[in-house]
Ligand binder design. Structure first.
Ligand code: SF4
Length: 385
């Protein structure tokens, strides 16, 4: 089976208030040693067997901050270590970091998909969350990317940013549709202890415009209006948060939802070989030091038990609008004594959720109905909790 490769670039220019990713703002002179460490980790990954790779994803962080020459070196190391075949190569880019030189260098080195961190087309919303780009940067960056020949652009919006209203949300959606990217992600704002905004909200504070966050019903309404508008514009809704024009789903991200193997390089990156999951150390400077010393960067290794694999099949597969193949899962369970018992429980829960319209069966495929996707977390809890 072909492998997806995720490459983590954990650096940003500032920390957005809603961000709960493990990323940092560090002096630029730290980028080069980090890129060197990535090259070494990737080269050494071939020691466990070179594998055909068909998707590569530079995520972060803000990978577009890296000098294109460093990105090219990382890709060269990957191509030297593994057979990279007809790949989809994605780079996450923040609009204000895109220049004509970078865009054409990305295209020349084989990057063929850009995930542009748009978030909103409203400057007040962008400003309040600490984003550095403004509306006009999005248009400028899109022009530069198209001029450089990039034909697969993804844009994301966040529903629930402080100061967002039904009107500004509709305007952001309309502006996005004017640019007509090949792929769209819509995320509903999550408030948790991992972000400054989340911590402030949980503590009942007033900083970061926390009082201007729309309520849950409004956020669900924003998501629903996006769902309708994107369908009308010809986008295929294939995963809870993701839409693509025909032929443009994210091949890399589909591997996660299909539980296919992937290899993650860099600080905090996760890997899965079909049975075992592992993670690299989170802290970028520790990661670099360990690589320089020739040590292992793996810190968490977990063998996925058959019971956990069964939960993952539902949890990940039900994120997809195509759902999961229930008959196939049942056959796997019937062949194993422990899974057989769990299957009985799951089957009863599926029946209950189905009676309440929370889940539906289309032939052998079980899925969450599109108009219930805003409560998917509650449905997962009922099914797998
Ligand atoms: S949201 Fe993106 S750009 Fe902002 S701090 Fe997090 S990773 Fe960096």
């Amino acid at each position: 089976m072909t492998l997806g490769v995720y490459i983590q670039i954990p650096f940003c220019q500032t920390k957005c208030t809603y961000c709960n990713f493990h990323t940092g703002v560090v002096p630029r002179d730290r980028y080069q040693p980090y890129a060197d460490a990535l090259c070494r980790e990737i080269r050494e990954s071939a020691a466990h067997g070179a594998q055909p790779v068909d998707t590569v994803y530079f995520g972060g962080g803000t990978p577009s901050l890296l000098d294109p020459a460093a990105l090219a070196r990382i890709l060269d190391a990957l191509r030297a270590a593994h057979a990279v075949e007809s790949p989809e190569i994605t780079l996450e880019a923040d609009p204000e970091t895109v220049t004509a030189e970078k865009a054409s260098a990305w295209e020349r080195m084989g990057i063929n998909r850009i995930s542009l961190g748009v978030q909103s087309f409203h400057d007040a919303e962008l400003r309040s969350t600490g984003r550095l780009h403004r509306r006009e940067d999005i248009f400028r960056a899109t022009d530069l990317l198209r001029t450089a020949g990039l034909r697969n652009i993804s844009m994301d919006l966040i529903a629930g940013l402080p100061h967002q209203t039904a009107k500004t949300w509709e305007e952001s959606l309309n502006q996005l549709l004017r640019l007509y990217p090949e792929h769209v992600s819509i995320y509903m704002l999550e408030l948790d202890e991992g972000s400054r905004l989340g911590r402030e909200s949980l503590a009942g504070g007033t900083r970061y415009s926390v009082g201007a966050i729309p309520d849950d019903d409004a956020i669900a309404g924003f998501y629903e209006s996006a769902r309708v508008a994107l369908a009308k514009a010809g986008y295929d809704h294939y995963e809870i948060s993701n839409w693509g024009l025909p032929g443009f789903p994210s091949r890399h991200n589909l591997k996660y939802w299909h539980r296919e193997p992937y290899y993650g390089a860099g600080a905090g990156a996760h890997s899965f070989d079909g049975i075992v999951r592992w993670a690299n150390v989170h802290e970028a400077s520790r990661y670099v030091t360990l690589i320089q010393q020739g040590g292992s960067v793996h810190e968490l290794t977990e063998t996925v038990t058959p019971l956990n694999a069964l939960s993952e099949m539902f949890f990940l597969g039900l994120r997809l609008l195509a759902g999961v193949d229930l008959a196939w899962i049942e056959r796997q369970c019937q062949a194993d004594e422990i899974l057989r018992g769990r299957w009985e429980v799951l089957r009863q829960r599926v029946d209950t959720l189905q009676r309440h319209g929370m889940i539906e069966l289309a032939g052998d495929r079980l899925r969450i109905p599109p108009d219930r996707l805003t409560i998917s977390n509650e449905i997962f809890l009922e099914l797998l909790g």
